[in-house]
Design a protein around this ligand. Structure first.
Ligand code: F6R
Length: 598
């Protein structure tokens, strides 16, 4: 229970444990806070002396309730399993298992693994062999941890694309998705590699690959302690969440392309016929989610040729918007609880528009009240400033745009596949950017004394500039403003004075060169008036170098997808500048993570 409590920072919606004792599996699971599980265990203590497993769940498949909480067990309660990640082919496996007579009680993807493991253990009697064979059948991302009544001193776990660490104690060993869970007991650890299975007993740890071949492991010493544990070794959640972005984007794309290369977003609950009848799209959102919506507009209109409006949710219902059954309203909300967005959703549905939510929190109010939902899989975001959830919102918006183009027959399959492949490559590009942000940190520290920073961008670079300014306002409490670069000469250029830092997002020179060249002219305009230009441009774009006081290079990616990489230096810049000013970046003043008042 203490281990689970140490993982509390990850946010969760339910928790459960399974412990072996007297030849049986004893389980308890509760929706809500860990305190609910603790209370249930106090009323009905578990009497077990064998191995135990526990889990805090962040719902992806199935509502956050007692039944869907982990651990899951098979019909005869011989195997218990907990799972992080998403098993993409669970529907096929579930059908196959139901045909064999297995009874399912939950709506989760996880439960298939309990039944599969139990069948394998019944046949071969060995939980580790069972795990290896089951993992070969699973598609997607997972960490699985299982126990079986057949061997009460053993825990077996496996991983693919989802973390798993072993803690090495004396006469005791641990397994967790994060060192934080066992740091109070040991700081010696082994990180499992991709596609590995570990057999854990109190006095032994054996690691193999999925074929059972032994694997060499690297032990390491964790150089941080309990106090830093909940932040995964980072000083702030925000720093950790920025680093988690490659994984978050990858998870959001996961499972959404079927074997034949077509996008399948059936979970959206809007039929292809519904989507074909759409004549107009209206995106509503607040803050950072609004910026994701602004970027989505460029992609949706370009790919789908459907008019798309974007509006801050708090303004939407007060202007008597024109909505009907042929209008698709897309509500973007990380939390799913922003009151402004929720009220706009209710208003849109009253006007008989169909509403699709893009949301990060499973079972939250906005998706519940919408006609359909596409979940981002960023995982919990604790820092108040949105970072990884913004990038995943972008990924989700691109998926919606491409899916609309697919069902409306507006693009050839191979054109869509090309963009999907470009999207699939984005986590790697995000990782690359994260590896090059140290100079951005230095720059941010050097600007801690500045009063104002301006941000400029054109096309999709404009919402990125807005996001950069918002991050700086909310974290560093600085005056920061963003302009569409072309608007500059219509007024804001009067603000430019000697030494004023101006951040400019430059589009790829390989896309539309007119767009690129116009931004380069804008850089020259502000520089000629004394601005200190901080230029975010594509690697190899030499044309900007002569006009850049500071050049931040980002990888070459397609124009429409550039915000996924160009936003990252903005996040790092704001975070570091705020830290240099001594601000708490996780809890900026006056702000709440979820704004539940209008
Ligand atoms: C900025 C930020 C806020 C939220 C906004 C909407 O970093 O976090 O601007 O983006 O309050 O919240 P959600 O997306 O939960 O509706």
């Amino acid at each position: 229970m203490d281990g689970l409590a140490r993982l509390e920072y990850r946010g969760y919606d339910s928790a459960g444990v399974a412990v072996l004792g007297d030849g049986a599996l004893h389980t308890e699971k509760r929706a809500g806070k860990l305190a609910n599980l603790r209370e249930a265990l106090e009323k009905r203590p578990i009497n077990g002396d064998g191995a135990g497993i526990g889990h805090t769940r962040w719902a992806t498949h199935g509502a956050p309730n007692d039944v869907n909480a982990h651990p899951h067990v098979d019909d005869e309660r011989r195997v218990a399993v907990v799972h992080n990640g998403i098993i993409e082919n669970f529907a096929t496996l579930r059908l196959e298992l139901e045909e064999k007579g297995c009874k399912f009680v939950s709506d989760t993807d996880t439960e298939v693994t309990a039944h599969l493991l139990a069948l394998e253990v019944a046949e071969h009697g060995d939980l580790a062999a069972a795990m290896r064979s089951v993992c070969k059948r699973l598609e997607g991302a997972f960490t699985l941890v299982a126990t079986s009544v057949a061997d009460p001193g053993l825990v077996v776990a496996a991983r693919r694309n989802s973390p798993l660490v072993v803690g090495l104690g004396e006469g005791e060993n641990f397994l967790a998705s994060d060192v934080a869970a066992f740091i109070a007991h040991t700081r010696e650890a082994v990180e499992l590699g991709q596609d590995q299975v570990v057999e854990l007993r109190a006095d032994s740890v054996t690691v193999t690959d999925y074929d059972g071949a032994p694997v060499e492991v690297n032990e390491y010493h964790v150089d941080w302690d309990v106090s830093a544990a909940e932040k995964g070794g980072f000083d702030y959640f925000m720093l950790k969440e920025i680093v988690e972005q490659p994984r978050a984007v990858a998870d959001t794309l996961l499972g959404r392309v079927s074997a034949d290369g077509r996008l399948s977003l059936d979970e959206m609950r809007l039929s292809p016929a519904d989507l074909r009848s759409v004549e107009k799209i209206v995106i509503i959102a607040c803050g950072t989610s609004f910026h994701a919506g602004l970027i989505a507009k460029y992609a949706i209109e370009h790919w789908c040729r459907v008019p798309c409006e974007v509006e801050v949710a708090s303004e939407f219902r007060y202007r008597d918007p024109i909505l009907d059954q042929q209008t698709l309203v897309i509500a973007i909300s990380q939390s799913g609880e922003s009151m402004d967005t929720l009220m706009a959703v209710r208003y849109a549905r009253e006007q008989r528009a169909r509403v699709l939510a893009i949301c990060n929190v499973n079972g939250s109010t906005i998706p519940r009240e919408s006609d359909g939902v596409l979940y981002t899989h960023a995982g919990p975001e604790v820092g108040v400033a949105a970072t990884k959830t913004f990038l995943t919102q972008l990924a989700a918006c691109y998926l919606v745009g491409l899916y609309l183009a697919q069902v409306r027959g507006l693009k050839f399959g191979d054109e869509i596949n090309t963009v999907i492949a470009q999207l699939a490559a984005m986590p790697e590009q995000v990782e690359r950017v994260l590896g090059t942000v140290e100079p951005v940190r230095e720059l941010a520290r050097s600007l801690a004394g500045a009063d104002t920073v301006l941000f400029l961008g054109r096309h999709v670079g404009y919402p990125v500039a807005l996001e950069g300014a918002l991050k700086l306002k909310e974290l560093a409490y600085m005056h920061a403003e963003a302009f569409a670069a072309g608007e500059l000469k219509h007024g804001p250029i009067a603000l430019i004075e000697d030494g004023l830092p101006v951040v400019i997002v430059v589009p790829s020179p390989k896309g539309r060169s007119v767009l690129h060249d116009k931004v380069v002219s804008n850089i020259q305009e502000v520089r000629a008036r004394g601005a200190r230009t901080i230029v975010i441009a594509e690697e190899g774009d030499e044309s900007v170098r002569p006009y850049s006081d500071v050049l931040i290079e980002i990888p070459a990616v397609p124009t429409l997808l550039q915000p996924i990489v160009s936003t990252i230096p903005m996040q790092v810049f704001a975070c570091e500048l705020a830290l240099a000013k001594g601000n708490d970046v996780d809890r900026p003043r006056n702000l709440a993570k979820s704004v539940t008042v209008e």
